[in-house]
Design a binder for this molecule. Structure first.
Ligand SMILES: Nc1ncnc2c1ncn2[C@@H]1O[C@H](COP(=O)(O)OP(=O)(O)OP(=O)(O)O)[C@@H](O)[C@H]1O
Length: 215
């Protein structure tokens, strides 16, 4: 299973944001996307998901061009950068909607046990993020996009997600982005840096230094 995206032409108000993109992601290998604020990481994930329409793009799933947005296919799970779940939704209902087991979740995240009758609004923003990231990751989709899954999450939970991501990559294509670049480097098999509208495949941390992404 592969997902490739290239020939992206995205501009806002006449300003080119993405134009030299080639990303190839495959099952069994996690793809990490890094880049400074505003370089277009979220836009790229939204283009792949299908809810942002650039002037042009070419997305291929298993070598075949997609005739319609991926979100219409039921094949894709997407954790957006900001809230996914409505505040008044009960947690129980959320797990039902994603067809994900609450019992398995509780085995791994035991401190959430007390929330079995709670609503999303009763949780902290970090706790909500744990639940949202877990639901998307475990929703059994062929393609999974995670936009900043680690940003509000305590290190102990990030470690649990690392383990889960390594399990899920055996059955799904996973593309993720975050500013916690050490976590992205640790969990990804392939890394791309977005810079000046283009993507560049990165081999190691030294290359990130040479590209001016880190000191
Ligand atoms: N709807 C929009 N209208 C106008 N400009 C936009 C819009 N969405 C994004 N942009 C601009 O496109 C650029 C890329 O934004 P994007 O959110 O994709 O970046 P990012 O790499 O995810 O940033 P961050 O790491 O800060 O979340 C930014 O300069 C942003 O201001």
């Amino acid at each position: 299973m592969t997902l490739e995206i290239d020939s992206v032409d995205l501009e806002f108000d006449g300003r080119k944001v993405l134009y030299g993109i080639y990303i190839k992601s495959e099952r069994g290998k996690v793809t990490g996307i890094l880049g400074r604020n505003g370089c277009g990481k979220t836009s790229l994930l939204r283009i792949i998901f299908g809810d942002l329409q650039p002037k042009y793009k070419n997305i291929r799933n298993n070598g075949k061009c997609l005739p319609r947005p991926l979100y219409l296919t039921g094949k894709i799970g997407y954790l957006p950068q900001y809230a996914l779940l409505p505040k008044h939704l009960s947690i129980n209902h959320a797990f039902g909607l994603f067809n994900v087991s609450w019992e398995q979740f509780i085995e791994l995240f035991q401190s959430f046990k007390e929330y079995d009758r709670a609503r999303i609004k009763d949780l902290s923003s970090g706790e909500i993020r744990v639940i949202e990231a877990y639901l998307v990751l475990m929703s059994n989709k062929e393609i999974i996009l995670l936009d900043e899954p680690f940003s509000f999450i305590a290190p102990i939970y990030v470690e649990k997600f690392m383990v889960l991501i390594r399990q899920v990559k055996k059955r799904s294509i996973i593309i993720l982005t975050d500013h916690f670049y050490n976590d992205i480097l640790a969990v990804s098999d392939t890394i791309y840096l977005l810079k000046n509208g283009c993507s560049k495949k990165i081999e190691d941390k030294n290359e990130l230094k040479r590209e001016g992404y880190i000191n």
